[in-house]
Write a protein that binds this ligand. Structure first.
Ligand code: SF4
Length: 706
């Protein structure tokens, strides 16, 4: 009985789920985690949400992979087969580590040598540590010898990062979440923190109690709207219309910060000219927010002493995601609401380490610290740091997540190494993604469970779960924190860093990293932003914010105080115009599908659906449908409903929920038995290559497979 047992060990660590990065303590007895408690970390001050507190026993789940597996010769890869963990040994056979690694790494090397470096690609994970992300991208760049490396940042905030780099020179947040307690006005747009960043949501609610005015802007009525001073339920896909209308008001009513614009920005005249076509009166019918509310909100944001904007996937996951973020950046720049405590721009990062994995270079166009692969000086720096002959590194950006899937179909990518990602569930148009994965000549998957992606693998390498390894993780606030090993991997499973190195050796890389701190030390010598963070300091302080350039630098929670890290130190306005969603509703598919997460489940569900408490609360796939739409369908809440798009169909339980507007259905993407991404559209934002997860056309019919 865990409640009565006394732990024999307490291990300080961090939560493995969201980007808030709550610090916690693992209470361990006899090699098992008994319970978890919140610690006094900078982002949580002892608070934890249901995932952090109860989502830990997945590590002991009987379905953990404990030995390397090789696909049987007579087990064809069937893209549309539903995963069945009970049939695991019909498809795979057990292998020794030596055999599995030789087969995994040796075949990748053979494909590279036969078909060239670009015949291979690697997906790392935002769930892994900074050191794992760094070593994985180094393996692809120096072992595969291309930049075909990416991870799920492509699916979440890639568009925000493109807009931020272009506009203010840094893809990370300007101020920590906790700054909401110092802001007069907080805008939360396209985000549902109560579900996706729960402890951050508690700080927002605390701020409201202390007088901060909260503006919630979202087509879906998230829980936070109950605390809002104003709630703007704009029509899905109309962000640019609404935000440009606010800018129109700010320009026309003289609410711009002229001194800030003159001394710290470029491109304002172009923006001013562009918003002329976006009066509140003209935009009100488009975005569904009346002109007076648009005016009021614009005035409130522009004229407060400190206004802060936080946003999430509702902004970023559109084919105009980059444009949406450009508008938010322009709002902050034109009003000078950035560069001070209680102001700024905060794209709420999703995964626990999506910030760190991106910083570490797990993206196809940039080396660690966002040094561009097309920049000869950056290439030369990394060739020196990695002791490579000059001219070795690929000078072209690699393929992004969705582009890799197309390249497999086209026959140009033939082999893949996937560490901790589950593209068979998380990619848009999942049927297409699964067909691509099944078409690979060689797929190596490194994971803790038999995921839907692993089901299509040629070789599966059993890895360590979060509490089974030590490493650093960077939260949404740019806080680098130490996660510590609390328990051992089960059976013959190994820590990811060891596996990456062993694959590297089979690709001819002469690596010999011992402790994880050696990888971190190499990172900080190639990444100026964390140069001042030593392993010893992290062990001592648990968390340090970057930029931190010198060892005595305390770190900078608020950045852009004096200037922006762009040419001339100035922020840049980039105007945006309305671009409609790629697939609009029509008579055949009359409703809109919005995908996302639930409080209890994380992404593709491989961990949380195996966490006893979380699975008990939300065990079945559900579609959240407006009560009047439920009535119109002639069904009752709890009945099965089938949702179809042009790409696939799923059947799941209808839940009446008035947070979705009429005509829009919300489906969490964590349920393998009703994979929402079989429905989604793989159309991409042209700048960031992020897919349009937040908008596609579907039809609903009563009934279907239970
Ligand atoms: Fe974990 Fe995020 Fe919940 Fe904190 S808010 S406990 S980091 S899931």
């Amino acid at each position: 009985d865990a409640a009565l047992a006394v732990p024999d060990k307490q291990v300080p660590s961090v939560c493995p789920y969201c980007g808030v990065g709550c610090q916690l303590t693992y209470n361990v007895k006899d090699g098992k985690i008994l319970f978890v408690e919140g610690r006094d970390g900078p982002s949580n001050h002892k608070r934890l949400c249901v995932k952090g507190r109860y989502g830990f026993d997945y590590a002991n789940h009987p379905q953990r992979l404990t030995v390397p597996l090789i696909r049987r010769k007579d087990a064809p890869k069937v893209a549309d087969a539903e995963m069945d963990p009970d049939r695991l040994m019909d498809i795979f056979r057990e292998a020794s580590w030596e055999e599995a690694l030789e087969f995994a790494g040796g075949t990748l090397a053979k494909l590279r040598d036969t078909h060239g470096p670009k015949s291979l690609a690697g997906f790392g994970s935002a769930k892994g540590s900074n050191e794992e992300a760094y070593l994985f991208q180094k393996l692809v760049r120096t072992g595969f010898r291309s930049n075909n490396v990416d991870h799920c940042t492509r699916l979440c905030h890639a568009s925000s990062v493109v807009a931020l780099l272009e506009g203010i020179g840094s893809g990370a947040v300007s101020n920590p979440v906790m700054d909401v307690t110092r802001a007069e006005v907080v805008i939360v747009i396209g985000a549902n923190p109560t579900v996706n960043h729960p402890v951050a949501a508690t700080w927002i609610k605390n701020a409201v109690k202390n007088g901060t005015k909260l503006i919630v802007m979202d087509p879906r009525k998230s829980d936070l709207y109950r605390h809002a001073h104003r709630y703007l339920q704009f029509k899905p896909d109309t962000d640019v219309a609404m935000l440009n209308a606010m800018m129109y008001v700010i320009v026309h009513e003289g609410l711009v910060d002229e001194a800030f614009i003159a001394s710290r920005t470029i491109g304002y005249e172009d923006l001013k000219k562009n918003v002329e076509g976006y009066s509140p009166e003209a935009m009100a019918p488009i975005c569904g927010i009346d002109a007076e509310t648009l005016r009021y909100t614009a005035r409130l944001y522009a004229s407060s002493k400190g206004s802060m904007i936080l946003w999430g996937m509702g902004v970023s996951q559109h084919i105009h995601g980059t444009d949406n973020a450009r508008c938010l950046i322009a709002l902050a720049l034109m009003t000078g609401q950035i560069g001070r405590p209680g102001t700024g721009l905060h794209p709420l990062r999703g995964q626990n380490n999506v910030q760190g994995a991106s910083d570490a270079g797990l993206i196809p166009m940039m080396y660690p610290d966002y040094q561009r692969v097309v920049d000869p000086a950056a290439r030369a720096r990394f060739e020196r740091a990695w002791q490579l002959p000059a001219g070795t590194l690929d000078d072209q950006p690699g393929l992004t997540v969705v582009e890799v899937m197309h390249a497999i179909k086209a026959g140009t990518v033939k082999g893949m190494y996937v560490m901790g990602e589950n593209p068979a569930m998380s990619d848009p148009d999942a049927n297409h993604a699964r067909e691509s994965l099944a078409a690979l000549e060689h797929l190596v998957v490194q994971d803790i469970f038999l995921t839907e992606t692993a089901y299509l693998a040629d070789v599966i390498l059993p890895a360590g779960a979060f509490p089974e390894k030590t490493g650093t993780f960077t939260n949404t606030d740019r806080l680098v924190q130490m996660g510590r090993q609390a328990i051992d991997p089960p059976g013959d499973a190994k820590q990811d860093l060891w596996i990456i190195q062993e694959i590297g050796k089979r690709l001819g890389l002469p690596w010999n990293y011992g402790h994880v701190s050696e990888v971190f030390d190499e990172m900080r010598h190639t990444m100026p932003s964390i140069a001042g963070i030593t392993w010893e300091r992290l062990e001592r302080e648990h968390a340090v914010t970057y930029p931190c350039r010198e060892e005595d630098d305390p770190g900078e929670p608020v950045v852009f105080v004096e200037d922006f890290p762009r040419e001339g130190g100035r922020g840049r306005f980039v105007p945006a115009d309305i671009i409609p969603a790629d697939e609009r509703p029509d008579t055949e598919f009359p409703m809109v599908l919005i995908t996302g997460r639930q409080l209890e489940h994380w992404h593709t569900g491989s961990m949380t659906r195996r966490a006893t408490m979380l699975d008990a609360i939300e065990p079945d796939p559900v579609a959240l449908i407006h009560p009047l739409d439920v009535e119109q369908l002639g069904i009752r809440p709890g009945d099965v409903v089938t949702i179809e798009s042009r790409r696939g169909s799923v059947s799941l339980y209808a839940r009446a929920d008035d947070s979705s507007p009429r005509g829009a259905v919300f489906v969490p993407f964590c349920y393998y038995e009703a994979a929402a991404n079989k429905l989604t559209n793989a159309a991409l934002d042209p700048f960031a290559k992020i897919p349009e997860f937040k908008y596609c056309a579907v039809r609903l019919t009563p009934g279907g497979d239970e």
